[in-house]
Ligand binder design. Sequence first.
Ligand code: OAD
Length: 251
Amino acid sequence: MQDNSIAHAAELLRQALSVSVLTGAGVSKESGIPTYRDALTGLWANYDFTELASPEGFQRNPKLVWDWYTERRVQLQAVQPNAGHYALAQLAQRYSNFTLITQNVDDLHERAGSRGVLHLHGSLMQTRCFFDCQGHPTMVEEADFITPDQDGPPACPHCGRWLRPDVVWFGEMLPYGMIEMAKHAVINSDVVLVIGTSGMVYPAAGLPHAAYHAGISVIEINPEETDLSQLASLTLRGASGIILPQLLEAL
Ligand code: OAD
């Protein structure tokens, strides 16, 4: 019978020399940031996400989209990393090969002390030219934003056209080389932790599949069963802000 205990997970982690972690929105939930797919409170619950998270939606209504991300930026600045973020930053100290891969666009892993985080879906706090007028990506600092004459997003200081948040929208490619780096880390790991993701968005969700097919131990931490649960050699059911500190303690 499968032993889904913290002690068993700690044993796998003790034996590992190389560890990768994939996180999703669930890891930031206890900080007060809603997940995407929670039916009642999720970020997509009250909105048509194709309008808020696609280049076409942005072109249709740039002000609505810019304002929605501005609201999320303000919300992010008002919250703090939780015990799960801190536990992952501490876990990294135990390994010379440790890669933290996140789908989250928040900066809570970094604020908890994690370094070299691979942000598969970009960063909410960064901004670039929608047209990448100086080459892909054309990043723009907030100090250089040009306030628009009419309602809309600020203008690019290079070309005068719209700025956008540097997050990956539906139908867009991930940042150059990012998924390759993440996959390289995952398939060279002894243990892969999959935390707080529904596993519904690809290519990110392909990473636990790659680990599984390479015969690597996958440990899932999530209060709910997910599309990825069947790949896990071990599942810890609960909130990551509670489970991760317990796991660290058991190591
Ligand atoms: P989802 O909203 O799809 O899933 C969140 C997961 O977190 C669910 O499986 C929950 O059960 C779990 N969860 C809830 N509370 C938790 C807690 N306290 N501790 C641990 N887990 C908890 O979010 P993601 O899987 O991250 O993409 O979504 C993937 C992508 O879909 C996002 O990066 C975003 C979205 O569209 C882009 O913006 C490109």
